[in-house]
Design a protein around this ligand. Structure first.
Ligand code: CMP
Length: 161
């Protein structure tokens, strides 16, 4: 069944120069890119996008990694490789599970061993800096797609250069 999923190339993926190789993998696997946005997340957007992880110990680190808006995170990005992201909506049969299979496990260190041909094995570093995101269910795909591409409900305002 035709399905949409939300994909994000995270700051380490963009700054590492992986955007075009990831887009080639996307096209080679039959996904259609139906929306695309190059933007940056501010602290509120990152907190709201990852709200389900708010109680986890890694949450503040995750928000720092994903943002680049404030002077402090721009400064810290020298160390933490934060910065712009590329957000896409991909469409094809079984898009959610097929994209998750392509990116491999959350922990890129483990992906390099267990899924050496996965996207996270190619461009991720560890359990946090894992280069790409993919929705994990139809519910999160719906929420995440409207977060970026339906401004009225999410309040996310894209920043264009
Ligand atoms: P993602 O698939 O985008 O969803 C949540 C993100 O939180 C995940 O990728 C990682 O970037 C980060 N994350 C998940 N688990 C951990 C962890 N144990 N330690 C640090 N970061 C994590």
């Amino acid at each position: 069944r035709n399905q949409k999923t939300l994909v994000m190339i995270k700051p380490d993926g963009v700054s590492g120069g992986y955007t075009s190789s990831i887009k080639k993998i996307i096209q080679d696997h039959g996904f259609r890119i139906v929306e695309e946005l190059a933007t940056e997340l501010d602290e509120d957007s990152a907190k709201s996008f990852y709200a389900e992880h708010a109680s986890r110990s890694f949450f503040s680190d995750l928000v720092l990694y994903m943002t680049s808006y404030t002077w402090i995170s721009i400064f810290l990005s020298c160390i933490f490789t934060s910065g712009p992201v590329v957000v896409m909506v991909l469409e094809k049969d079984n898009a959610i599970a097929d994209w998750r299979a392509l990116i491999g496990p959350t922990d890129a260190k483990k992906a390099k061993i267990s899924h050496p041909h996965s996207i996270r094995a190619m461009c991720g570093k560890d359990g946090e800096k894992n280069c790409v995101h993919g929705s994990d269910s139809t519910q999160s795909a719906t929420r995440e797609i409207s977060f970026f591409f339906n401004n009225s409900s999410s309040g996310f305002v894209a920043r264009h250069d």
